[in-house]
Design a protein around this ligand. Structure first.
Ligand code: SF4
Length: 61
């Protein structure tokens, strides 16, 4: 499982980082994805972050 973030549309609320710090981190007031593949143990929290993003800019691929 992979996720990507539309950096231009991210509002930098850091909710995804709070929900799943294994996958997301803040960089210059925007969230970025750590690594190229979501670790197996972090898939559920990673998906929760996708669902909870207030501007729905995280996409699962
Ligand atoms: S939850 Fe969405 S808007 Fe908030 S920092 Fe993460 S990607 Fe950006």
């Amino acid at each position: 499982m992979k996720v990507t973030i539309d950096a231009d549309a991210c509002i930098g609320c850091s909710l995804c980082v709070s929900t799943c710090p294994e996958v997301y981190k803040m960089e210059d007031d925007k969230a970025v994805v750590i690594g190229s593949v979501v670790p197996k143990g972090a898939e559920d929290t990673c998906k929760k972050a996708v669902e909870d993003c207030p501007v729905t800019v995280i996409v699962i691929s």
